[in-house]
Design a protein around this ligand. Structure first.
Ligand SMILES: Cc1ncc(COP(=O)(O)O)c(C=O)c1O
Length: 291
């Protein structure tokens, strides 16, 4: 991803020395965990949270503080209470089409989060794996535009818009964090595969990215509408689920609030299939240790 493309597609302004190409955003999560987390450090994460992030962060043994997701973003009063009590290393978010709930934070909620984080001087990690996969509604502002550049770290990936097999992603962060990430990356794999980067660079030069992304979005929209049609038909009363406006997840939950978010389990049971009760998207103390 070059800086001109980031400026044009994400409407953010970036210098080349604020970018590091990684082996997919999963590697970026590991590098950031390595840089920021020491055993026992508090970190904030959405619940339900992205399994891959929980795995990456868990290796460095932080104390997770889970911020529940509502339909338009993290619960602000909970975030406020946690920030009053702890001084976390960062808040990890997926504001666009969150994995696994499928929700997209509203612009209003992004502004509320930004003003709280400014007040507490807390760093935000914005994982934008699904920002380009959008089939309805306009793109919402990136936290990079709502917070100062040194208070946000943005992660992106080519997995969802080109091919996951390339294992190419990018980190956009202040220069001093990029320097630390380069040192951490050298220890792990020296650098990202140069051949794959050349192939991807030639590909990006030659194709019309707007029309490629439109065609991906049409395909995802079609699958999403089929999935929602099945859920509308098969889900029992009292179960709500996200009608996603992008990405590839939809989480379900009890409308009475007694059941946590759950991806897929209700549908499985309704179809007579057994469903293993895995708490893999949650970070409560007893489940975080076992992943
Ligand atoms: C929210 C989120 N972040 C990061 C990743 C990792 O993606 P990549 O293939 O770029 O490593 C995924 C993969 O599904 C994801 O859902």
């Amino acid at each position: 991803m070059d800086c001109g493309t980031l400026r044009k597609r994400l409407h953010i302004s970036v210098d080349p020395d604020e970018i590091l190409i990684t082996n997919g955003s999963q590697q970026t999560l590991d590098l950031l965990a390595r840089i920021f987390i020491d055993e026992g450090d508090p970190i904030l994460i959405e619940t339900p949270g992205y399994l891959g992030a929980i795995q990456a962060f868990s290796q460095y043994m932080p104390v997770f503080h889970a911020i529940p997701l509502e339909q338009d973003g993290p619960d602000i009063s909970c975030l406020c209470q946690v920030l009053e009590k702890t001084d976390p290393k960062f808040l990890y978010t997926i504001p666009n089409s969150q994995n696994p709930s499928g929700i997209t934070y509203s612009t209003e909620r992004r502004r509320e989060i930004s003003s709280l984080l400014k007040e507490h001087d807390t760093l935000l990690l914005e994982d934008d794996a699904y920002g380009e996969i959008r089939f309805s509604g306009a793109r919402r502002p990136s936290f990079r535009n709502l917070l100062a550049g040194d208070q946000t770290i943005l992660l992106g990936s080519f997995s969802k818009i080109v091919a996951p097999g390339f294992r190419l992603g990018w980190l956009c962060a202040p220069g001093e964090i990029i320097d630390k990430a380069i040192t951490a990356k050298q220890a792990s794999d020296l650098h990202t595969n140069i051949f794959a980067q050349h192939v991807l660079a030639r590909y990006l030069e030659r194709i019309d990215m707007d029309s490629r992304i439109s065609s991906i979005n049409r395909a995802y929209a079609e699958k999403c509408s089929l999935m929602l049609e099945c859920m509308d038909r098969l889900f029992p009363e009292g179960i709500g689920y996200t009608r996603p406006d992008g990405g590839c997840s939809s989480g379900s939950h009890s409308l009475k609030g007694s059941l946590p978010w759950n991806s897929g389990g209700v549908l499985w049971r309704r179809m007579g299939l057994s469903f293993p009760e895995l708490h893999f998207t949650r970070t409560e103390e007893e489940t975080a240790a076992s992943g």
